[in-house]
Design a binder for this molecule. Structure first.
Ligand SMILES: Nc1ncnc2c1ncn2[C@@H]1O[C@H](COP(=O)(O)OP(=O)(O)OP(=O)(O)O)[C@@H](O)[C@H]1O
Ligand SMILES: [Mg+2]
Length: 1041
């Protein structure tokens, strides 16, 4: 088709709209905060963790659909008051839909793309829900209205197609025949560009017909999703409306292709894009979305004048089909949808950044008009030629070549017929489509009747658009449900983990029950069942790994209740609760020791963890099922990383969901991040699809390891951490501790014996006389100490399998590298015997603060046979000539200058030194008596007596006494800390009954009492020691004066 005025065409930028949806139930339950605000076309986000971090974006349109709305009796969402800021479906259509329609009527190609996170409202805007019709149905309605106007001057033809791109396969959602394996082919022609070969184009002449086709398409999409064994929405849906206007008088045809694209959730792209996974390139599921991002980025760069050599349209099916929409002959609009909730902040920001790039893209749209149908034109031209030849033959010639004349007339008649056929073809197609539609309509009417009379199960999908689409009726009698083909007494369902005969539904005496067959997995309201179970109206059923259905009871049981609350999230939360994971339990975990429970309950990061858990849980179940069926021998389990872990200052570490992968046979373990697992899950589906779909099953040719999504090379695992508090170093007090290494979920992984020994530059341990009372005395001076890692005891990691090893890793202050102890293998209580000396050449205030408020985090790393040890990299590490690691940034020469005191101070220093010596000797004499005193005090000796005794033991060196008191205090605090850790971990067993709970409470009470007493004792001892020292000091000064 010739594009008129191509040479004159200006550039159209892609227009971008942003729409903010209301909070969903999950966000409301979580008490989410709105972190997005809108003013005219400008949208601002606020970082929930730091309110001062704001980002502002401006777009062509911005729609506030978050608040200020009301629902009328028909279920329509409208602004609360007329002129209110709430943008309803109507107002979105007025800007975007009408624009597309106007463009189509003028003969421009038009594209509308919906982009955003899963559940952000793409389908709501594009397709709509119930009475709140989206852009596509309204656009079609208005298109047919426009068609009816001025029917005399033009004939209009509308063709409707609907397809899905899943895993780089094109599925025709309107196809009546069976699906071709591998999907439809995308071809390229010079004139047409890329197109889907064999895609069904249904001629339509009414909006109702289009709606019906969309319903049919959604149904196919839902069943396709179960065939693919997925319940999660990650396909792209593309509706193509071809609109042709034939102006017979002018002999002109205008044609517009309208692409309406509902993209898969944008986080799919991030899940593989950001993470370093060995197999990240392999996944086809994310390919279209990733490539779309790359195309948009390249085009945006090109628009900014950057040199862009190549636009990667050809890298994915989606971008091939959208080539004209992006940078080509189309007027394109993108609607970016967002949730304004704090937990979605990161995703929303990334959507806005994506949209920001898209708005720079420049297209070159032209009106697609041509003289009416080339073929008709050519036929007419041929007829004219034939007639001319006939007339040239004349009466003489005609007689002479009667045969030729006959042939010419036959050709003429044939051509005339063909012209007429072309013109009537449209009518015929239309009639056929209508007939087809009537059959379809009859099926739908019958289904509606059945819904009024029979109980049924209704599919619930992660994608709300695909929910409530499949209805399986349970008529009187027994019904086998499973993979086996439907018969008069059986119903065929598909899905991961569904058996040939999976369960029997019985409808008897107006009661419906379900009985699993064999060991088939059936869950009712979150709990697994093994026997016949009667179903109540609105019970939640999960068949196999994750085929979720809502049971709709007999009509008499239905009381106009609201079914919408039983969405996919509801099912998964119920299942998580049955596994003991509940948002409150997570909060409790975090709030231990936190008196301000209210404020931390809405911690968005913790909520995000909970929702990640809910989201990943069904995926883990599916992955386990695939592993089992493909005989991969690995098990997946969700874990919460850092649930009980803190950083070097004792602050909680950010929690995140990880997946523990265990090889059943070899007991090898891998820990995968959430993103890696999601990526792998997509790849597993591909493998599963290929092997099971093709009937190969587990017996198929094994995948090479480097392409196997179930396999990874072994790596050291972070098993847990222990905290060795450094405070005593600030007083030059040695510390000897047995610290507990706690795993991510608070389990005791091992006990580690460690020491911190203040020492001289040559490594000689300092004595008690070197203890400091005032740590600031260290400022500007050199500080040396040794860290001793002696032994690790009771390694849980080794108790589980002997062919394993461990290493300890830690990072000291400003040292640029993590230190690792050498690997030790095959021992539950391995000796480490590691001694490392550290030096601060000049103690700064910052280092002092570090020592006083931080712990050395000792990480326990688990090694497995075949994985490489971790080695300390020496890069950037500095050492003293004596072999001590320098942990501050001061240079040696600088430090030695500073270490030597200026000469004018030397005399006073000398004096001080003498003073200190004098105090030291006094201290030695005091030592013995002091320890007796402390013993008496800790035994709660009468204070009066204590006072007199102390009075009688006055000695000059009170600073040294103080230092000793501190030392005692630190040592006793070590056991107090141990007790606190025991308390934090002490939890009732999951199966505990009332008696069990009572015992737990008693035990908890006892632990608390012990803890309280120990703490009290430490503090009292310290207080009494200090008080005595102060008193003595006063008295002493009195004596001296
Ligand atoms: N503007 C809105 N007003 C009211 N409800 C909305 C709005 N946008 C979305 N919703 C609701 O939010 C839910 C999720 O929306 P929708 O199905 O459109 O998400 P989606 O972006 O298409 O997600 P997916 O990627 O899973 O397809 C639906 O229940 C829908 O009704
Ligand atoms: Mg959707």
């Amino acid at each position: 088709m010739r594009a008129k005025g191509a040479e004159m065409a200006g550039k159209d930028c892609v227009r971008v709209a942003v729409r903010v949806r209301p909070f969903n139930k999950r966000e409301k339950d979580a008490g989410s905060r709105c972190v997005v605000s809108m003013c005219s076309n400008t949208i601002t986000t606020q970082d929930p963790r730091n309110q001062h971090v704001r980002h502002t974006f401006t777009f062509d349109y911005a729609y506030w659909s978050h608040s200020g709305y009301t629902q009328n009796k028909n279920g329509l969402f409208l602004p609360e008051e007329s002129g209110g800021r709430y943008a309803d479906q109507g107002s979105v259509f007025k800007d975007l839909g009408q624009g597309i329609l106007d463009n189509a009527l003028q003969g421009y190609n038009a594209t509308l793309l919906a982009y955003g996170q899963t559940g952000s409202g793409k389908s709501y805007s594009m397709v709509g829900y119930g009475p709140n019709k989206g852009l596509v149905p309204t656009l079609c309605e208005r298109l047919f209205e426009a068609v009816k106007v001025s029917q005399d001057s033009r004939q209009c033809q509308v063709f409707f197609s609907m397809l899905e791109i899943y895993n780089e396969q094109v599925i025709d959602l309107l196809s009546k025949g069976s699906r071709s394996p591998g999907g439809l082919r995308v071809r390229e022609e010079l004139q047409r560009g890329f197109y889907v070969e064999g895609l069904r184009r249904v001629p339509c002449d009414s909006a109702t017909q289009v709606e019906q086709l969309m319903e049919q398409g959604t149904r196919t999409r839902t069943t396709a999703a179960t065939h693919m064994n997925t319940n999660s929405s990650r396909s792209h849906m593309l509706i193509i409306v071809q609109f042709k206007q034939i102006f017979s008088k002018e002999n002109i045809t205008k044609q517009s292709n309208i692409n309406l694209v509902d993209l898969a959730g944008s986080e799919r792209q991030r899940s593989s894009g950001s993470e370093a996974d060995r197999l990240k390139e392999g996944t086809a599921i994310n390919l279209s979305l990733t490539t779309l991002g790359n195309v948009i980025s390249s085009l945006a760069d090109a628009a900014l004048g950057k040199k862009v050599v190549h636009i990667p349209y050809r890298d994915s099916i989606l971008t091939k089909l959208l080539q004209s929409a992006l940078g080509g002959n189309s007027r394109t609009v993108m609607i970016a949808t967002l949730s304004p909730a704090d937990i979605c902040y990161e995703e929303s920001l990334s959507t806005l950044r994506y949209a920001e790039r898209a708005k720079r893209i420049q297209n070159k749209a032209v009106v697609n008009e041509s003289p009416t149908e080339r073929l008709v034109k050519e036929l007419k031209a041929e007829n004219a030629r034939l007639l001319a030849r006939l007339s040239r033959l004349g009466p003489e010639g005609r007689r002479a070549s009667d045969d030729e004349s006959k042939e010419l007339r036959r050709l003429l008649t044939h051509n005339e017929l063909q012209i007429r056929a072309i013109q009537t073809l449209w009518e015929q197609h239309l009639q056929e489509a209508l007939k087809d539609w009537e059959t379809q309509y009859a099926t739908i009417t019958q289904e509606r009747r059945m819904m009024q009379t029979h109980p049924y199960i209704l599919n619930i999908n992660e994608d709300a658009q695909l929910s409530n689409v499949v209805k399986l009726f349970i008529q009187e009698g027994d019904w086998d449900v499973g993979l086996a083909e439907s018969t008069p007494t059986s119903i065929c369902i598909r899905g991961l983990g569904i058996q040939e005969r999976h369960a029997v539904f019985t409808n008897e005496d107006r009661r419906v029950s379900v009985t699993p067959v064999g060991d088939a997995k059936v869950t009712v309201n979150g709990a697994s069942i093994s026997h016949r179970t009667e179903l109540q109206h609105l019970d939640r059923l999960i068949l196999g790994s994750n085929s979720t259905y809502l049971f709709i009871g007999l009509p008499s049981e239905r009381r106009g209740d609201d079914w919408s609350r039983y969405d996919y999230d509801f099912f998964q939360s119920e299942r998580a609760a049955a596994e003991g994971i509940h948002i409150n339990s997570l909060c409790d975990e975090q709030n231990e020791g936190d008196s301000n429970v209210e404020s931390s309950q809405t911690d968005p990061s913790l909520l995000a963890v909970f929702y990640d858990y809910i989201k990943l849980m069904p995926m883990v179940t599916e992955a386990n099922q695939m592993s089992q069926e493909l005989k991969k021998g690995v098990e997946f389990k969700l874990e919460i990383k850092n649930l009980a872990m803190s950083d070097s200052r004792g602050h909680d570490l950010e929690k995140e969901i990880v997946v523990r992968v265990t090889s059943v046979e070899s007991k090898q373990v891998w820990i995968w991040s959430k993103a890696k697992f999601i990526n792998r899950k997509f790849l597993m589906e591909e493998v599963y699809q290929q092997q099971v779909g093709s009937g190969e099953g587990a017996g198929g040719s094994p995948l090479p390891r480097d392409r196997d999504p179930f396999w990874d090379p072994l790596e050291p695992l972070h098993l847990g951490s222990a905290h060795l508090w450094l405070q005593s170093l600030a007083f030059r007090i040695p510390l000897e501790e047995q610290v507990e290494v706690l795993g991510p979920e608070g389990t005791e992984e091992a006990i580690l014996q460690a020491q911190l020994v203040p020492c001289s530059s040559t490594g000689l341990p300092l004595g008690e006389e070197d203890i400091l009372i005032d740590p600031t005395e260290l400022l500007g001076k050199r500080l040396d100490f040794q860290l001793l890692l002696e032994q690790c005891c009771g390694l849980r990691w080794l108790r589980k399998a002997k062919n394993r090893g461990i290493q300890i890793g830690f990072r000291m202050y400003d040292c640029p590298q993590t230190f690792y102890t050498p690997a030790v293998w095959h021992n539950v209580n391995p000796l480490l015997d590691q001694r490392v000396q550290f030096t601060a050449l000049r103690t700064s205030q910052d280092l002092l603060n570090y020592l006083q408020s931080s712990a050395l985090v000792l990480e326990l790393w688990g090694l497995q046979e075949g994985c490489a040890d971790m080695v300390t990299s020496l890069e950037g590490l500095r050492m003293t000539p004596g072999g001590s690691f320098i942990m501050d940034k001061v240079s040696f020469s600088e430090a030695s200058v500073l270490d030597s005191p200026p000469s004018d101070l030397s005399s006073s220093l000398k004096a001080l030194h003498q003073d200190v010596e004098q105090l030291r000797s006094a201290n030695a004499a005091l030592r013995k008596e002091n320890s007796v005193l402390r013993d008496q005090l800790s035994r709660g000796v009468d204070s009066g007596r204590g006072r007199t005794e102390r009075r009688g033991s006055l000695r000059p060196s009170s600073d040294a006494e103080f230092a000793r008191a501190l030392k005692v205090f630190y040592h006793s605090m070590t056991s107090v800390r141990g007790q606190l850790q025991r308390l934090r971990r002490h939890k009732p067993s999951e199966e505990a009954d009332l008696l069990g709970l009572r015992l737990f409470v008693d035990e908890q009470g006892r632990l608390l009492r012990d803890f309280g007493e120990q703490l009290e004792q430490c503090v009292t001892t310290l207080k009494q020691d200090v008080a005595a020292i102060v008193r003595r000091k006063r008295e002493r000064s009195g004596i001296w004066s």
